[in-house]
Write a protein that binds this ligand. Structure first.
Ligand code: IMP
Length: 184
């Protein structure tokens, strides 16, 4: 069985990645030691540098996940700054910023970074489009899930199993798995 170290301090992300990859026979172990996050306007270089740093430091194949929510009416904010905004403002303040906005269009993006020791890092992006709700709904998921509406339900209302079938993270991992299969 293939084994991968997934470096994240985020319980919600780890549970999702573990469940999605377990269904494909890949065992994922969580490592919470972190990695330097370069301040960039795009998620791809952050994920690439992170995966390479960890693979070379631990000398094992390593995966990281850099994600964000991009809100059209706010010109893509908070995007790569999503964690900072969640930690310092939170969903209610984001909703407040959106109070006057009729265009609720938003997307979640995950970039999976993967690297084997001594090799170049690879990145696998996944996107899901939806809308910013008018209030928080649902208790499932984590982070921005209660304010992100996908086909009428927020990710918070959808439940983990359903979210994992359509999410940005699922789509990114699906691309990673296609690459794994192409290497076999
Ligand atoms: P980072 O990728 O760890 O920098 O996370 C970016 C921010 O987006 C954090 O505040 C996460 O909680 C949030 N986030 C990442 N993925 C998801 C998701 O699937 N649902 C809701 N929030 C998410």
């Amino acid at each position: 069985m293939r084994k991968i170290i997934f470096v994240t301090g985020n319980k919600g992300k780890f549970a999702e990645v573990r469940d999605i990859l377990a269904s494909r026979g890949i065992e994922v172990t969580q490592n919470k030691n972190g990695y330097p996050e370069y301040q960039e306007d795009e998620l791809e270089p952050i994920a690439a540098h992170g995966a390479q740093y960890v693979a070379n430091k631990l000398n094992v194949p390593a995966m990281v996940d850099d994600s964000g929510i991009f809100i059209k009416a706010l010109n893509g904010f908070p995007g790569p700054y999503s964690r900072y905004v969640e930690d310092n403002l939170g969903n209610l303040k984001v909703l407040k910023l959106m109070e006057e906005e009729e265009d609720r269009t938003a997307y979640f993006k995950t970039v999976i970074g993967y690297c084997e020791p001594g090799k170049e890092p690879l990145v696998f992006p996944g996107v899901v489009e939806g809308k910013i709700a008018y209030e928080e709904r649902g208790t499932g998921g984590f982070g921005y899930d209660p304010i992100f509406e996908y086909q009428g339900k927020t990710f918070g209302e959808l439940g983990d199993a359903e979210k994992n079938k359509v999410s940005h993270r699922f789509r990114a991992i699906d691309k990673f798995l296609e690459w794994i299969d192409s290497q076999a």
